[in-house]
Design a protein around this ligand. Structure first.
Ligand SMILES: [Zn+2]
Length: 80
């Protein structure tokens, strides 16, 4: 697969969102990732929603002995 971007200035997918709601589907806990936190992820090299999702886990479920990986992300686009 080619990773070449042919047109325009490439911007990370994550920079399209003004916030991202994150919810654990096992325990129902959630939080909203704020713009500063999103920028911090991009600065660390996390550019896509899928890449971010791979890194997320629920600390509460992990503390209970689970994997804590049943986490959903709901991005909120700029202007919404
Ligand atoms: Zn959980």
């Amino acid at each position: 697969m080619s990773l070449a971007f042919t047109e325009g200035i490439w911007r990370p997918e994550l920079s399209l969102f003004r916030a991202i709601d994150i919810r654990c589907d096992d325990c129902g806990r959630g939080k909203r990732m704020q713009p500063a936190e999103i920028r911090a992820q991009v600065a660390k090299g996390v550019y896509s929603l899928v890449g971010l999702h791979d890194k997320l886990h629920c600390a509460v479920c992990r503390d209970r002995g689970g994997l804590g990986k049943n986490v959903s992300v709901y991005p909120i686009k700029r202007g919404e």
